[in-house]
Write a protein that binds this ligand. Structure first.
Ligand code: IVH
Length: 672
C-alpha cells in the first residue's frame, strides 16, 4: 500500500472506529461485535506503525493510552471555572427560585444531576479535541489531555457542524461497578483499597501513564458549553446540541435533565431523585438547578466564586443501621493503632460496606460502643464510612463493651499515648512484625523505591521466611534464596524481584528519603528536604533550628527527623543502603540553578498567578539563582505581584520604592 492509499484507509478506519466507539459507549447500542472492533483497531495500529506520520494525537488508537506524561503543564482557563452555591434544604431552593423570579419575572429552569466526580474542561478546535484541563483553582488547571483521550465517552473528533472553537465542560466519573472491580483487584494484589469513586477518579486523572488510566474505564457527562457564538439562548437546547456533536449528555428520557417552570416541578425532580439515586450506577450527591435562558443569566450575574443563576441541592449524607460484629485494632507502619469496625455488610451509597473507621479510643468511649450494637454508618462525600451513632434501644442483652487494648495486638508491647495526642502507638518499632513489614512495603512502593515484583504479600512472605528484617536486607537477597521458597517463587517472578531491587539503586535521593518512612516526611516534604539539604549526611547532622529553616518543615517534622537519626539502628541501615549503592545525594541538576539570571536579586511574591502556582514561582526564582523573602524590606529588589496583591504590601513597596512587576515581566526576566 502506498502512502496515499494508507492515508485514505487511516481516515476510513478512524471514522469507523469513532462511530462504533460512540455507538457502544455513548448510545449503548453497539452494531458490531467487540471482535470486529478490535480487528479494525489492529488494522489502524498497523498502518500507523508503518506510516508514523499518519498517526494523529486524536487517533482512536490513543484511547488505550499514549506515551508517559512527564508533567501536567498549568493552563489558564479562558472562562473561569466557577463552583455552585450549595443548599441542604428544599426551603433554600424555594428561596433561590423566589429571588430569581423577583429579579427576572417567571423563569424557566433546567434541572440536572449533581455528578460526584471531577470537573473537566474540554477544548475543541475545528472539531478536534485540543485540550482537557482540570478545574484547578478555577482560574488555572492542569493539562491532562493524554489521560482525557482514554475516556471513551469523550469524543476525539466532533460530528455534525460544531462551532470552530468551543469548550465543553462536564464531570469525569468512575462507575460503582468499575470502582468495585478495581478495588477487588487491588485487594488481591495486596494494595490498599481506594476510598470512593470520586477520589479514585481524581487520582486516576493525575496518573502519568495514560495506559493505566485507560484501564480504569472512566466516563463523563457534559453539563456546560462555552463558545463565542452560542447555538441557542437556551442552556437546555445547547446541551442537546452538544449531544448531536457526539458528546455524552444527560438524557431527558432518563430524567437526567429536565426543564422546570416553577418551584413545584423542581421539588418533584428532587423527590424523584431522592429515591431513584440509589439505583444509579454512578455517584451523584444532589441536583443542580440552573436558569435556562442565557440572557437572564447575564442579568443575574455572578458572585465571587459562583453564579447567581444556579444552585445545588445536596442530598443528606446517606446512613444506615447495621450490626457491629467486632472491632479490629490495626497496627500501621508508624506503630499507630487504628480501630476498625467489622460490620454486617450493608449497601450504602452504591457500595457494600463491611468496615468503617473509628478514629481512636475517645471515639469508642464517646459512643459507648458494644459488640453486637446496631450502629449508624454514614458515608459522606469523600470519607471512608464512619460510625456516627449507636441505637441504644436495640442493644442486645449480651452485648459486650469494646475494650481498648492495653497491649499491642500484634507483639504484646504495652501501648503508649503521647500527651495531647488522640492516637495510641506501639513503641516496639524494631520488633513489631506489622510495623516492620509495612515499613518495608512502604519502601518498595511505587512512589518510593518502586521495586516491581514486590508487594504486600511478597514482603510478608520474605519476612516470615526470615530473609528480610529491614529495608537494607533487600539488597542482600539472592535469587537462589527466593527460588528455595518453593511454590509461587518461579524463575520469572524471582528474576523480576531481583531486577527490581537492582534498578532501585538509581532512584533519586528525594524518593529514597521518602522511602525511609520517617514519620511525617511525606512525598512533598521529602522532595523539599532533598533539594535544600543536598545529601543524607548533611540532613543527619542538621539541628532542629536548621531544619525548620527549610520551607514546609515545622517543629514536628524537624523533631521526627532528629529522632530518626538518633536511633543507632537507623544510622546502620542508612550505612548499609549507602554500601548497597543507593543514591543518597541530590542530583546536581535537581538542586543546582537552571541559570544565574536572577543571581544576587531578592524577590517577594504576592497574590495569585495565572501561569504559576505560588510555590512554582518561588521555585522558579530559586532555580534561576534568586532569593525569595517573606516580607518587603529595603533589601528587596522586586515584588512579583499577581492578581489581588494585598493593599498593605503594595503600600509598603511604594513606600520603600521597591519596583512591583507583573507575571509577564517576570517571565521576560528569566526567558530573555
Ligand atoms: S455547572 C457555574 N452542573 O459541581 C456552573 N456542575 O460546585 C458550575 N457538578 O465543579 C458547573 N454536576 O464539577 C454543573 N450538572 C452539573 C454538575 C456540576 C456536578 C460539579 C462541577 C463543579 C461543581 C460546582
Amino acid at each position: 500500500m502506498d502512502r496515499e492509499q494508507a492515508a485514505k484507509r487511516v481516515r476510513e478506519l478512524t471514522e469507523q472506529l469513532e462511530r462504533h466507539n460512540h455507538l457502544y459507549y455513548v448510545e449503548a447500542k453497539p452494531v458490531i461485535s467487540d471482535q470486529e472492533f478490535d480487528f479494525l483497531m489492529k488494522e489502524l495500529e498497523a498502518l500507523e506503525k508503518q506510516f508514523p506520520d499518519l498517526a494523529s494525537p486524536n487517533s482512536p488508537t490513543q484511547r488505550v493510552g499514549g506515551d508517559l506524561t512527564k508533567e501536567f503543564p498549568t493552563v489558564a482557563h479562558r472562562w473561569p471555572m466557577l463552583s455552585l452555591e450549595n443548599s441542604y434544604s428544599r426551603e433554600e431552593v424555594a428561596e433561590f427560585v423566589r429571588r430569581v423570579e423577583k429579579e427576572a419575572g417567571p423563569t424557566t429552569f433546567v434541572m440536572e444531576l449533581k455528578y460526584d466526580g471531577v470537573a473537566i474542561s474540554l477544548t475543541y478546535r475545528n472539531g478536534e479535541l485540543m485540550r482537557g484541563v482540570t478545574r484547578g483553582d478555577g482560574e488555572q488547571g492542569e493539562d491532562i489531555t493524554a489521560n482525557v483521550r482514554t475516556v471513551r465517552t469523550i469524543p476525539l473528533r466532533l460530528r455534525g457542524n460544531p462551532p470552530a472553537e468551543l469548550e465543553a465542560r462536564g464531570e469525569i466519573l468512575m462507575g460503582f461497578r468499575e470502582f468495585e472491580a478495581l478495588n477487588d483487584l487491588r485487594g488481591k494484589e495486596g494494595e490498599e483499597r481506594f476510598a470512593n469513586p470520586r477520589n479514585t477518579t481524581a487520582g486516576t486523572l493525575k496518573l502519568q501513564d495514560p495506559k493505566v488510566v485507560a484501564k480504569r474505564h472512566l466516563q463523563n457527562y457534559i453539563y456546560d458549553l462555552y463558545t463565542v457564538e452560542m447555538p441557542s439562548s437556551s442552556h437546555f437546547e445547547n446541551i442537546r446540541r452538544c449531544g448531536e456533536w457526539g458528546f455524552r449528555t444527560p438524557d431527558p428520557k432518563e430524567r437526567f435533565i429536565a426543564r422546570a417552570n416553577g418551584v413545584e416541578d423542581i421539588m418533584a425532580f428532587i423527590s424523584y431523585w431522592d429515591g431513584a439515586r440509589h439505583q444509579l450506577p454512578i455517584a451523584m450527591d444532589g441536583v443542580v438547578i440552573k436558569v435556562d435562558d442565557l440572557g437572564i443569566r447575564e442579568e443575574l450575574g455572578l458572585r465571587a466564586k459562583s453564579p447567581r443563576w444556579a444552585i445545588a441541592y445536596k442530598f443528606p449524607a446517606e446512613n444506615k443501621a447495621t450490626r457491629l460484629n467486632g472491632v479490629e485494632f490495626n497496627v500501621g507502619r508508624t506503630g499507630a493503632i487504628t480501630p476498625v469496625a467489622l460490620l454486617e455488610p450493608v449497601e450504602l451509597a452504591g457500595t457494600t460496606v463491611k468496615r468503617a473507621s473509628i478514629h481512636n479510643a475517645d471515639q469508642i468511649a464517646k459512643l459507648d460502643l458494644h459488640i453486637g450494637d446496631m450502629v449508624l454508618v454514614e458515608k459522606g462525600g469523600e470519607i471512608i464510612p464512619k460510625i456516627t451513632g449507636v441505637d441504644l434501644a436495640r442493644r442486645p442483652q449480651d452485648a459486650r463493651p469494646v475494650h481498648y487494648p492495653a497491649l499491642c495486638p500484634e507483639c504484646g508491647t504495652p501501648l503508649v499515648r503521647d500527651e495531647g495526642e488522640a492516637q495510641h502507638y506501639c513503641p516496639n518499632e524494631h520488633g513489631c512484625p506489622p510495623q516492620i513489614t509495612r515499613r518495608i512495603e512502604h519502601f518498595v512502593g511505587r512512589k518510593a523505591m518502586d521495586i516491581g515484583g514486590l508487594g504486600g504479600e511478597t514482603v510478608e512472605a520474605l519476612y516470615k521466611a526470615g530473609l528480610i528484617h529491614n529495608v537494607a536486607d533487600l539488597y542482600d537477597l539472592r535469587q537462589e534464596q527466593l527460588l528455595a521458597l518453593g511454590k509461587g517463587w518461579g524463575e520469572r517472578s524471582t528474576q523480576l524481584i531481583i531486577d527490581g531491587i537492582a534498578a532501585s539503586r538509581t532512584v533519586p535521593f528525594e524518593r529514597v528519603l521518602f522511602a525511609l518512612g520517617i514519620r511525617h516526611v511525606g512525598e512533598t516534604v521529602a522532595k523539599k528536604i532533598a533539594r535544600s539539604t543536598g545529601s543524607i549526611d548533611r540532613l543527619a547532622e542538621m539541628s532542629p533550628e536548621e531544619l525548620t529553616g527549610i520551607g514546609e518543615v515545622g517543629e514536628v517534622i524537624a523533631a521526627s527527623i532528629r529522632d530518626f537519626f538518633t536511633v543507632e539502628g537507623n544510622r546502620r541501615i542508612v550505612e548499609r543502603l549507602r554500601n548497597a549503592g543507593l543514591v543518597l545525594v541530590a542530583d546536581a541538576a535537581a538542586k543546582g540553578p537552571e541559570s544565574d539570571k536572577l543571581k544576587g536579586l531578592s524577590f517577594v511574591v504576592s497574590g495569585v498567578f495565572k501561569t504559576f502556582t505560588r510555590d512554582g514561582i518561588k521555585e522558579t526564582i530559586e532555580a534561576h539563582g534568586g532569593k525569595v523573602g517573606g516580607s518587603i524590606s529595603r533589601k528587596t529588589n522586586f515584588v512579583v505581584a499577581g492578581d489581588d496583591m494585598g493593599p498593605a504590601k503594595k503600600a509598603k513597596a511604594d513606600e520603600l520604592g521597591v519596583p512591583v512587576i507583573g507575571e509577564a515581566e517576570f517571565r521576560r526576566m528569566i526567558e530573555e
